[in-house]
Every structure is written in structure tokens, then in C-alpha cells.
Design a protein around this ligand. Sequence first.
Ligand code: AMP
Ligand code: ZN
Length: 328
Amino acid sequence: MQENLPKMPPQAKCTRCRARAAVSLPSHNSRFCTACFLHFFRTAVTRGLKKAGPEKDTPLMVAVSGGKDSLTAWAVLDDLGFETRGLHLNLGVEGYADASRQAVADFAKSRGLPWAEYSLKQEFGYSLPEIYDILHYKICAVCGKLKRHFLNRLTARQGYSCLATGHNLDDEASRLLGNLVGDRQEFVKRQYFYLPSPHPEIPARFKPLYRLEIKEIREYCRMQDIRPVQGGCPYATGATSHYYREALEHLEEKMPGTKRGLLFNYLRKPKELGFSGGFTPCRICGQPCPAETCPVCALKKRVQDMAARRSAHAQNCNPEQPESTHTD
Ligand code: AMP
Ligand code: ZN
């Protein structure tokens, strides 16, 4: 699969200004010099903002993992003049978490931007590796759910009303395809690049890079000297989203513009984005949620029950060694 934008013949000209082209964008049928590519990139974000999004004077929390997408989202929003603050959730994955955190810290320092860091272990009681050791399955779905909820909660806790994330066109198109294949109409209906706040304690959600492809974001990082964490999360293997992404990439290679067509044709359809159900406080943590118990507390109970069952099983199998015996 092609990781970067195609190489440029030396005589190629920029579609916009006729200077020497630096990048080729087959899905736009265009070639750009560096300055025009940066213009194209920022215009893609402002074009989204014109359709829907936060007002220019809304202070934005930007969820930053340390990867290329979220650092780029932060950079562009800062360039466009938004007041921003980074929000990083440390998942506790050995090695990867430190490198991710460092990428966020370095980027924030290079631009003099404020950011806040929280740890999943402190917020939830378990780090991602600890959850994986106990549950052993669907860790990407569990991680996605935890990130979604905690990033919302932490944004509200910091007094912000809108959270921006780094989701790009490839993320959105492959998610749409997965939801269509699985006929998950509830998710299909609510997939949009701007979701207004459904409750005073739940922020609006905004995806400034939804019109931009991974390859374009990678190029933007290179041109702007943004240095994201290298490699991916070691737990993110076998996630089904990868298969949809690969399938779309295959179609894109044969028919440039397919991903864009799929997503934008869908986004053009009229939508009802308001949350239809009501909210009540979770009976355990008090967070507003549509059920009696919020998804985070429900998940925590599942993890705790599973851990208790495992330790009871271990004791039954090995009654000579009570669990409280430590040998250090
Ligand atoms: P992912 O779920 O890894 O595809 O990430 C989607 C978006 O969620 C990223 O572009 C970030 O904006 C945000 N995000 C993911 N992981 C973190 C994290 N550990 N801390 C803060 N934001 C994150
Ligand atoms: Zn709860």
C-alpha cells in the first residue's frame, strides 16, 4: 500500500501558482508547491468550519495522543487563531506512553501552547495493559470507549465546551464503511464532523481534519517539522477498522477519489444530530448518561468482576498459596 504521496517529476508545475510542484494529490487531480499545499491544507479545515463547527472565539480543548493526526489538528487550529489547550490521556502502555507524552510535550513547547495530562490508571483505576490482562479481548473497542468518555469528562472538568480530535478522512470513511456493512444505523446516523453539545456537562465534538487524507497529513507534518510519536500502539493489532481501511485504500489506488466520494456523499445527506434520549446522573459516578449506569462504570464493574473471578479461580487451583502471600 502506498504510504506517501506519489513522487514528483522534476518539471511538474503547481496547479495553483505554476511554480515547481512539490506534491501530487491524485484524488484532487492537483499538484502543489509547498506554499500552495499549506494553503490547500488550511483551506480544507476552514471549509469544514464554514459548514459546521465551533465559533472562532470558542476556546478549544484538543485531544492529543502524540500521533501525527492530533498534533496536526492542534497545529492548524493554532494557525487559524483558535485559543487551544492540549489534553493528553496517558494509557500506561509501557514505552509507547512515554514516547507519546514526549511528542506532545515537545510540540507544545515548540509553540508555547498549554496542555494538561491525565492518566487512565488514576481516572479509571486500571491502565490499558491491566485491562487487557483481565479482559483479553476487544481491547481496541474498550480503549476507544474509555478515551471517548474520559476525554469528554476531562474537557468539561477543565471548563471547556468543545473538544477537537485528530480524526481524518481515512478514519471517517473506514468507520462509515464498517458501520454500513454492520448496518449499525444508530452510529451511521450520528457520524458527523461536528456534534453539538447534548448536555452542559458533555462538550461538543469537532474533527477539523475530516476532509484531509492520511498522506496529506503526513506531508503537512514533514513540511511543518511536526514530530509525532513513531510506531503505533502495540495493542492495536487485528482491529477490524484496519480491514475496512485497507479495502478502501485498495479502491482508492484503482479509482482515486473513492474514499472522499463515499464520505462526502454521505455527509451531504440531511441529518438530525441532536441526541434524542434524555440524560440522568449515573447512579455510581454521577456523570450524565442515557442509562441508569454510565458505560464507564459498567465497564469498570465488568473488569472488577472478571478480576475477582480470576483470583478466586487461581486460589482454587492453588490452595497452598493464599493470594496475600508475597515473597519479595
Ligand atoms: P484513535 O482512537 O487512536 O484513532 O484516536 C482518535 C483521536 O482521539 C486522536 O486523533 C486524538 O485526537 C484522540 N486521542 C487518541 N488517543 C488519545 C490520548 N491518549 N490522549 C488524548 N487524545 C487521544
Ligand atoms: Zn458512572
